[in-house]
Design a protein around this ligand. Structure first.
Ligand SMILES: Cc1ncc(C[n+]2csc(CCOP(=O)(O)OP(=O)(O)O)c2C)c(N)n1
Ligand code: SF4
Ligand SMILES: [Mg+2]
Length: 297
């Protein structure tokens, strides 16, 4: 198990970058690169992360980054892996780092193709649950009830379950994570790094301006997502699901905090009708019932 002391002191993603204060994506990139180290090539499509590291001629990244088109993360990563193989370059990890829009929506075709071919790279979707870089439009990963600039009364549709879609591709490794639990995330990145083939990690990334909460509350909001059961931390490997971190203790509904506590922390759920809060709570409960069956619990 990775502890704080195990995290390398060396930084590969420097401060003073263009991220908003309290940005979960920037913090998590820093953690992922600490684990992956200098022999890493990152692929980033159009998204907040491309802005954070892309202010030419400077960059916070000490490792090479290939900025690519919005839809093309998995295709570009596949090409880099093939190029490294042709050149006989070994021991280099390729990591795709894409937003939810670039993963659940426009990038899903390239990702599904790369998954079918079981390409040898790590794909991390940092999920801030909307198109933040362009002004908080809804994506298919935006949860039901959240207000965005394209759903001013709150989104009507449910969140697309991308980790389950990736599990259906029978990959070597699929996991969920949350930026508020960096060591749990680090553990998963470390595990993914040692496996061959396509490894997929779906990272919930609270976003202060997009979710409308104060910047210093990022970790608190992320923890509330997990402790209310709205976001389940798990791994899937060899057909088997395993809960990780605090989610291990939340199978029993009585142990989970009420969802309304999580919703109340965020302006995107403001003035949400009571009946809708109850419907969202039922969504969470049924997701846990489904998880119980998957766990055989
Ligand atoms: C083909 C194409 N359509 C639209 C855009 C404009 N665009 C750039 S970033 C972005 C939103 C990205 O959302 P997401 O992937 O969730 O990342 P986030 O900005 O939330 O970090 C959009 C729509 C683009 N660059 N290319
Ligand atoms: S809008 Fe959100 S995801 Fe984008 S840089 Fe700011 S905090 Fe990070
Ligand atoms: Mg997004």
């Amino acid at each position: 198990m990775i502890t704080l002391k195990d995290l390398p002191v060396e930084e590969y993603y420097l401060p003073g970058n263009a991220a908003c204060s309290g940005c979960a994506s920037a913090l998590s990139t820093r953690i992922a690169l600490k684990i992956l180290g200098p022999k890493t090539i990152v692929v980033i499509p159009a998204c907040c992360a491309s802005v954070i590291q892309g202010y030419y001629p400077k960059s916070p990244s000490k490792v090479p980054i290939m900025n690519t088109a919005f839809a093309a993360t998995a295709a570009t990563a596949s090409g880099i892996v093939a190029g490294l193989e042709v050149k006989g370059r070994k021991g280099i990890t390729v990591m795709g780092w894409a937003g939810d829009g670039g993963t659940a929506d426009i990038g899903i075709q390239a990702l599904s193709g790369a998954a079918e071919r079981n390409e040898d790279f790590i794909y991390i979707c940092y999920d801030n649950e909307a198109y933040m870089n362009t002004g908080t439009q809804s994506s298919s990963a935006t949860p039901r009830g959240a207000k965005t600039t394209t759903a001013v009364m709150g989104k009507g549709e449910r969140k697309k379950d991308v980790p389950e879609i990736m599990i259906a591709h029978d990959l070597p490794y699929v996991a969920t994570a949350c930026a508020a639990y960096p060591l749990d995330f680090a553990e998963k990145v470390s595990k993914a790094m040692k496996l061959k083939g396509l490894k997929y990690i779906h990272l919930l990334s609270p976003c202060p301006p997009g979710w409308r909460f104060p910047t210093e509350k990022m970790v608190e909001v992320g923890k509330a997502a997990v402790m209310t059961g709205a976001w389940i931390l798990y791994e899937w490997e060899g057909g088997k699901y395993t809960l990780t971190g605090p989610s291990k203790g939340l199978i029993d509904k009585a142990k989970r905090r009420p969802l309304k506590e999580y919703l109340a922390m965020q302006g995107r759920f403001s003035k949400i009708p009571e009946a809708e809060v109850e419907a969202l709570q039922r969504d969470v409960d049924s997701k846990w019932e489904a998880m119980k069956k998957k766990l055989g619990a």
